[in-house]
Design a protein around this ligand. Structure first.
Ligand code: 5AD
Ligand code: SF4
Length: 475
């Protein structure tokens, strides 16, 4: 793994894409004249916030090209699948959808089908698409989705599938704008890629080596967002705690947090994901001292067994993780934790799983993302002997989910009659006449209120805690 120089994508390259945007816009405007309606697009996004945010940037490019969003795959003129490679299930879903697109394309031959994201960074997947999904118009990867305008333009004349997947990972793309789902909150990339090589994980192979954006670019982006009315940012990276390691200057994640805390108009700062091995005391103090940093931490444990953690290459033991949680709670008493847990890693015995349950009981997570270990080609764990039986994996997952849910419900109950501060995001998903927002601890709260409250911080008294959300009254 040689040192790679970190470069920003050139202004020329972005200008070239501007040219394609104008060309596609011209074609679409002509089409619109004829058909009397604008062409539509849909992006189906799988996986993590990183992918969500990449899709937000593609939304912006598509709207500039004259496309309008649709939520119906059958009526869209361009369908993009932004894929995830972390687990096999997500990959199978994409193949299923691509099969469905073949049928749609028989009825509607002009529809453009494009596939991008982490799955495409693997050669065997590209081979499979070339062999069995020849109706796909373009395949591109995680390092070059800024070329979407070019791919759309080329797809009008190309015969066969356009394939353009880059393996270079020293690149940081600056200057791409996005269309966000919410007006009040935004994602901001701070690092790309990952250097940790946890033995089960495909991400270092699909997203490349870790590289940090320059603090100046991050801060300028957040200032502009705050000016635009954004109240909450979530800083994104596979391992935000190692932010700054690839920069020329000495600059750490805790310093970034302190600098962002000074930005006027911004109310809340969140970040994910934190690797326990890199979470420094300086960061704990920055979280404690900075009023805008939410008292919430997503801290993946993956397994509670020190033996399994070693095989996962996680670089911490059960005891070290618990000591870290204790230290954080000492400094920030009302902090809440969420986590990621994998069950059925190769060689996981019942006593290892008991260690995982023990950590869940001790930390008392608000919630947890729980996964069955999925064998990923090319990762060291896929080669390990002692793969765990499917039935045992499922049975462990069920026991784990029952415990996590039980603790989550107990924590929610402690909110009864408490007053919490909510950033109002918009209409509630379950009942559009009500509003929803989140507490600093990221608890979802539903309540009655008028639209003027959207984007504001309000106090809400919780009168009806549920298992997965809280109901309250504005006070
Ligand atoms: N199998 C199951 N879960 C996985 N994750 C990553 N790779 C795998 C895998 N091969 C989980 C980890 C990670 C989350 C994003 O996905 O828990 O934190
Ligand atoms: Fe994957 Fe580990 Fe990197 Fe997270 S830290 S992206 S689990 S390799």
């Amino acid at each position: 793994m040689g040192e790679r120089k970190q470069v920003e994508i050139s202004a020329e390259e972005l200008e070239k894409q501007e040219y394609y945007i104008r060309e596609v816009r011209r074609i679409n405007d002509e089409q619109r004249e004829k058909a009397r309606c604008a062409p539509k697009y849909i992006i189906l996004t799988y996986g993590c916030q990183m992918n969500e945010h990449d899709s937000e940037k593609m939304n912006f490019m598509l709207s500039q090209m004259g496309y309008i969003p649709s939520d119906n795959i059958r009526e869209a003129d361009i369908v993009i699948f932004n894929t995830c490679a972390v687990r096999e299930n997500a990959e199978l879903k994409v193949y299923g959808k691509l099969g469905h697109m073949k049928t749609i394309k028989k009825i509607k031959p002009d529809v453009k089908v494009m596939v991008c994201g982490c799955m495409m960074q693997q050669q065997h997947i590209i081979d499979e698409i070339q062999k069995s999904h020849r109706h796909v118009d373009a395949v591109f990867g995680t390092h070059n989705y800024h070329k979407l305008p070019e791919f759309v333009y080329e797809s009008y004349s190309a015969k066969g599938t356009i394939i353009d997947v880059w393996n270079i990972d020293g690149q940081v793309v600056e200057g791409l704008r996005s269309i966000r789902k919410f007006d009040t909150k935004a994602y901001v990339n701070i690092t790309y890629g990952c250097n940790n090589f946890c033995t089960y994980c495909i991400v270092p192979y699909t997203r490349g080596r870790e590289r940090s954006r320059k603090p100046h670019d991050i801060i300028a982006e957040i200032r502009a967002l705050a000016k635009d009315g954004v109240k909450e940012v979530t800083l994104l990276g596979q391992n935000v705690n190692s932010y700054g390691k690839t920069l020329d200057e000495e600059y750490t994640f805790s310093r970034l947090i302190r600098d962002i805390n000074e930005i006027e108009g911004l109310e809340r700062i969140r970040f994910m994901t934190s690797h326990p091995k890199d979470l420094s005391d300086e960061l704990i103090y920055a979280m404690r001292d900075c009023d805008k940093v939410c008292n919430y931490l997503h801290l993946p444990i993956q397994s509670g067994s020190s033996r399994v953690l070693k095989k996962m290459n996680r670089h911490y033991t059960k005891e070290q993780y618990l000591t870290l949680v204790e230290k954080i709670r000492r400094e920030i008493p009302d902090i809440s934790f969420t986590t990621d847990i994998i069950v059925g890693f190769p060689g996981e015995m019942e006593e290892d799983f008991q260690d995982t349950l023990d950590v869940v009981r001790q930390v008392r997570y608000d919630s947890a993302f729980t996964f069955i270990y999925s064998k990923r080609n090319g990762t060291p764990a896929a080669e390990m002997s002692e793969q765990v039986d499917e039935k045992i994996k499922h049975e462990r997952l069920e026991r784990l989910i029952a415990l996590v849910n039980d603790i989550g419900a107990q924590i929610n109950e402690t909110y009864r009659d408490k007053t919490v501060q909510i950033l109002v995001e918009g209409p509630s998903k379950t009942d559009k006449t009500r509003l929803m927002g989140r507490t600093p601890q990221s608890k979802l709260v539903n309540f009655d209120g008028s639209d003027e409250l959207v984007g504001k911080l309000v106090s809400v008294r919780i009168n009806d805690p549920k298992r997965c959300s809280l109901n309250g009254i504005v006070i």
